[in-house]
Design a protein around this ligand. Structure first.
Ligand code: ZN
Length: 169
């Protein structure tokens, strides 16, 4: 995909910010209105969040997908690169499974956090297995630990040229 400043300008023009910090695509969509439909050039289209990822100078290695992790619940129309992460198809399915479990429990928890008896457990995927990071008294605390670990694991998996987002955001 050959992206220029004009693409960046057009992407920005179609984005509105939500209260959760999501940058929602307001242009054409596909997948039943789920994903932003961005026209790169005549005959070439891409998902808006993938375009946002590439415009931020990040890469999409072969076999990897740009996945969502929005603080208020996943929003496939979101193009905020701080809400996006790289994963395999396998990561994507596992992520959906885990989030589905959170949703069933009626609570919205940060990525990598699960509720325990009076505590919040943190874990992160290191590319081969889920690593247990301990339990914390607040979901925020557990979420920070999980996010930091995920960032570190991603760096190890994808190398130093992996331009990770700001973990504190
Ligand atoms: Zn978002």
């Amino acid at each position: 995909m050959n992206l220029t400043a004009r693409h960046a300008e057009r992407l920005t023009r179609f984005l509105v910010q939500s209260e959760n910090g999501c940058l929602l695509w307001t242009g054409a969509t596909y997948g039943g209105g789920r994903y932003g439909h961005f026209k790169v050039k005549a005959g070439e289209h891409a998902a808006a969040h993938r375009v946002a990822w590439l415009l931020a100078g990040r890469e999409i290695p072969e076999g990897m997908q740009v996945l969502h992790n929005c603080p208020g619940g996943d929003n496939p129309l979101c193009c905020n690169v701080d809400h996006l992460w790289l994963g395999t198809m396998h990561d994507n399915m596992r992520d959906r499974r885990e989030k589905g479990r959170c949703a069933r429990h009626g609570s919205l928890l940060p990525w990598g956090v699960n509720r325990q008896v009076g505590r919040f457990g943190a874990r992160a995927w290191d590319g081969r297995k889920t690593v247990w990071l301990g339990s914390f008294s607040t979901a925020e605390e557990a979420g920070k630990v999980a996010a930091a670990a995920r960032l570190e694991f991603d760096r190890r998996r994808f190398g130093d040229d992996y331009k990770a987002g700001n973990a504190d955001d």
